[in-house]
Design a protein around this ligand. Structure first.
Ligand code: FES
Ligand code: FES
Length: 150
């Protein structure tokens, strides 16, 4: 359908031109591994008090995981830790097929959650969000550099 084509175009655009690609020189560093394929995301976040003041991601992943990371960084930049965790929760629920009254807050990422419901895609689309959750759970400690499995 036309709508499916639009979603696909948005996803391909994020994958081809990822927003906030790279690595910050300061901040919290989290490496998150997708054990089903071996792909890795490195998320760096700079927290100013409670706010995500800067964010970047690198590593290597498939189209879906790269697009998801790109969308996630756009959505959570400038948000508080609590707001970002709530958005991660909405995304996780949508990937499992649940509707959420607040899903519009996810912007383009709600399309991506929709297309990544297939079991083999869930770990791809949630990789970046899991890295985000881990970064917030560590408290945004600048000394922290950890490796995790999604
Ligand atoms: Fe940075 Fe959109 S590219 S907020
Ligand atoms: Fe590895 Fe999608 S196939 S993250």
């Amino acid at each position: 359908s036309k709508l499916d084509n639009l979603y696909r175009a948005v996803i391909l655009d994020h994958s081809a031109s990822p927003r906030h690609a790279g690595e910050l020189t300061a901040g919290c560093v989290i490496d998150m591994n997708n054990p089903t394929c071996g792909d890795v995301i490195r998320l760096t976040i700079d927290f100013k008090d409670d706010i995500i003041s800067d964010i970047a991601f690198g590593g290597h992943g498939c189209t879906i995981s790269t697009a998801s990371a790109s969308m996630m960084t756009e959505i959570v930049l400038g948000k508080t830790k609590e707001e970002a965790l709530a958005l991660a929760e909405i995304f996780s629920e949508m990937v499992t097929g649940e509707e959420n009254p607040k899903q519009e807050e996810l912007g383009d990422a709600q399309f991506l959650a929709g297309v990544s419901k297939f079991p083999q895609r869930v770990k791809c689309s949630t990789l970046a969000w899991n890295a985000l959750k881990k970064a917030i759970q560590t408290g945004g400690n600048a000394e922290v550099q950890e490796r995790h499995d999604a």
